[in-house]
Design a protein around this ligand. Sequence first.
Ligand SMILES: [Zn+2]
Length: 147
Amino acid sequence: MDTGSLTKQAEATVATDWEKKFTQVQFYVTREKRTELPLSGIYLNNTELGIYYCVCSNAPLFSSEKKYSSGTGWPSFSEAYSTCGRDENNTTTMKRPDNSLRSTRTEVVCKQCDAQLGHAFDDGPTPSGQGFCINGASLNFKPSSGQ
Ligand SMILES: [Zn+2]
């Protein structure tokens, strides 16, 4: 038996599972690190109170309390869920350098499943100036009204 092709088949199955589970945009954004078109995100103008969860792993990523209008065309947040002051150790998001474009940006990913969420910037509304531009496709919003 050719074990090499078996391994390849297993890998293909995993990729197919992700593709089956999510919409095309969700898959491209979270697993292939692409960016959704500006103004295309479902949560851009959502002002409901609640929590935004990772669409892949269901980890709580951002609270509606920290959502703001950045004018970028993507849902934006001033800090990650469970941020305590400047301490981000308990958050479910992780920042890391993204050198895929010529300019160096800071990528924001889910700590739990490594899904790409968006990018962090230094021109946010908080005293720290921090801001997160997040792809709506990587988020799953649940209103806090308990439904
Ligand atoms: Zn996740």
